[in-house]
Design a protein around this ligand. Sequence first.
Ligand code: SAH
Length: 351
Amino acid sequence: MQRVILLGRTQEELGELLTEMGEPSYRAQQVMQWIYQHRENDFSRMTNLPSALRHRLRETSRVNDLQIVDSSEDGDSTEKIALQLSDGEIIESVLIRRRYGNSVCLSTQVGCPIGCPLCASGMDGFTRDLTAAEITGQWFEIQRRLDPGSERISHVVFMGSGEPLLNYSNTLRAVRLLGGEDGAGISYRRITLSTVGLVPEMKRLAREDLPVTLAVSLHAPNDYLRDRLVPINEKYPLEVLIPACKEYAEGTGRRVSFEYAMIEQVNDYPELARELAILLADVKCHINLIPLNPVPGSDYSASSEDALTRFYRILTDLGLNATVRRSSGLDIDAGCGQLRRRITARERDST
Ligand code: SAH
């Protein structure tokens, strides 16, 4: 029998489900608390529910339907976690422990249909969207692992595999469950959605009235280069993308984050830093310079330390807000679909 999955449902929807079971709808709030505040997945431990209901839920439902199958650590700050979905697909999440709190990086799709040549997520194509239960389930499992040490996940970034804005409604549902007071209660300001720059969906997001941070994978300051690195640029070129970013920043009062993967002798020349500064001069934004994480089978490599520093200095001298983000997961295949590729390759080899 197909069991009902409770994660990914709003309190109102849980209320409807419980009403159908003949329960008062206030039980939904209790169930939400067990799931999001206590991360309980065993109905028999939900002690303030009547035992008949606990029994009924055990027969018909599950809290979550994915499980951690592998992980690899890099020192004590970054952990890459592979999770298996009920249909056998593998997705990945990353846990990053920082002084200011724990962040998780979540996936929104199995594979990715966008196909940026610098990113491993799309290299094996696109399989399917994740459900809202599978998106919140990544947070749930990782937070459960942290629970014995009482460490709380304080930041969520949607920068795993997939394009969050292509799986718009499930991603937004997960955002509301993670950020909402009924759910996990993580501050919306600490939730970041990253996109390749899907302009209509960015405009839609601005209208949601959620103070989440929008990150845009820019990687180039002109269409000529960006068409190559982020091919969706042909559909939404910079002359429409940048005004949409400006509109987002002005409408929400939130600074837009631009991701710029530094690729040796491709997009790391000083004149491109100057071009970038002109492009973003009147956008309320922050630029993250990320040395490229080398992708097996690709010719691109990371910029040298010198090129990185020079690029950074030009931007900051011209008044832009920029940070060099070291990809701490480099040694453990973090980010960009690489763990999934490794696991699937291992499975392919062993069959
Ligand atoms: N599809 C969304 C979400 C993925 S986020 C997006 O593209 O924004 C992952 C971020 O890591 C994106 O900024 C992506 O461009 C970047 N990225 C992908 N592959 C990378 C690599 N090999 N090295 C550095 N950054 C990479």
